[in-house]
Design a protein around this ligand. Structure first.
Ligand code: SER
Length: 319
């Protein structure tokens, strides 16, 4: 099957880079980007872009039929911090979009689905170090609840209706092209922007808050690898633990100081501290490594080098 791909939520942090990568692999004409607005100009100009609301079943279906789509990446979601401000909206967006996609797959309109889960499925009662694939999951955020419930539905649609769905639990994703929005791990992107612009950063998490993180290139690789894997190798039909690095705000600041010695960090924890405290510090992703050969490439210092180099070059271009 040669893929004809639809991306819902293509303008977001992961969606935008995933779209470009898929376009370079499969050809721009085979990757249809969609979102609720046209604000990502690069995406709109580099291939087919349609305005589609992932919560609107009819417009998703029309787009699928129009472009004869067989593969969907559902990247639209409201993340943890914004979700706490708008619990009902987060529930509606995250669950309705998933149901639409699962039902379209069940009805035979699409053959393969990618849906991201998150470390937010875990909660305060989960073991924090090297969190196992199968463990206690009592998420305390609305975002985490939607992801945990979503995982159960993905597994159910596979078992009951044979839907080919693949999913990974993303850690915090660090990238320099598109800003993240509304997450608890977003500090690990903001800090690089502030390090370049102001040489200082006030962090909304405390200095020793350790969280699992990953560079965007690794996240895109994982997403593409799991979609390319043989269906029989995808043994976990809910979602795979996925890991690369774990660090604290203090450690990321130290890594930045290797390149910008005058950089300083201060701490002023807000409501996001409680969310971060409920999540794992590190993740055991051995099942992803065994089942579909996952491996990561970027260490914290590699990420720092990539972020600072690329953000500096981008800043120069815009002068
Ligand atoms: N990056 C997400 C968040 O912070 C976690 O998956 O909400």
């Amino acid at each position: 099957m040669s893929p004809k791909i639809l991306i819902l939520g293509a303008s977001g942090q992961i969606g935008s880079e995933l779209t470009q990568r898929l376009r370079s692999i499969h050809g721009a004409e085979n990757v249809i980007a969609t979102d609720i607005s046209y604000n990502n100009i690069e995406l709109v100009n580099s291939g087919i872009f349609e305005r589609v609301d992932a919560q609107d079943y009819t417009s998703v279906k029309i787009c699928i039929e129009k472009h004869q789509i067989n593969t969907i990446y559902l990247m639209a979601a409201m993340l943890s911090a914004t979700g706490e401000k708008f619990p009902r909206k987060a529930w509606d967006l995250n669950m309705e979009s998933l149901f639409h996609v699962l039902n379209l797959a069940k009805e035979g309109f699409i053959k393969k689905v990618f849906w991201p889960s998150s470390i937010a499925v875990f909660g305060p009662t989960t073991p924090k170090e090297n969190t196992p694939q199968f463990t206690i999951m009592e998420p305390s955020t609305v975002y985490g609840i939607t992801k945990q419930v979503g995982e159960r539905w993905c597994e159910y649609y596979h078992k009951q209706y044979g839907v080919d769905i693949r999913s990974i639990r993303y850690p915090g994703i660090i990238s320099w092209k598109t800003m993240p929005g509304g997450g608890t791990t977003d500090y690990a992107v903001e800090i690089y922007h502030k390090a370049i612009a102001e040489k200082k950063y006030e962090c909304f998490l405390s200095e020793d808050t350790e969280l699992p993180m990953m560079f965007m290139d690794d996240a895109i690789k994982a997403t593409i690898d799991i979609m390319n894997a043989n269906q029989e190798d995808i043994k976990i039909k809910s979602s795979y633990n996925l890991a690369a690095v774990s660090f604290t705000p203090k450690q990321i600041a130290k890594s930045i100081q290797k390149y910008i010695p005058e950089f300083t960090i201060t701490y002023n924890p807000d409501f996001r501290q409680k969310i971060a405290d409920s999540w794992p510090k590190s993740i055991d992703d051995s099942r992803a490594r065994e089942d579909w050969n996952w491996s990561h490439s970027f260490s914290l210092d590699d990420i720092t080098k990539e972020m600072l180099t690329n953000l500096k070059a981008k800043a120069k271009q815009s002068v």
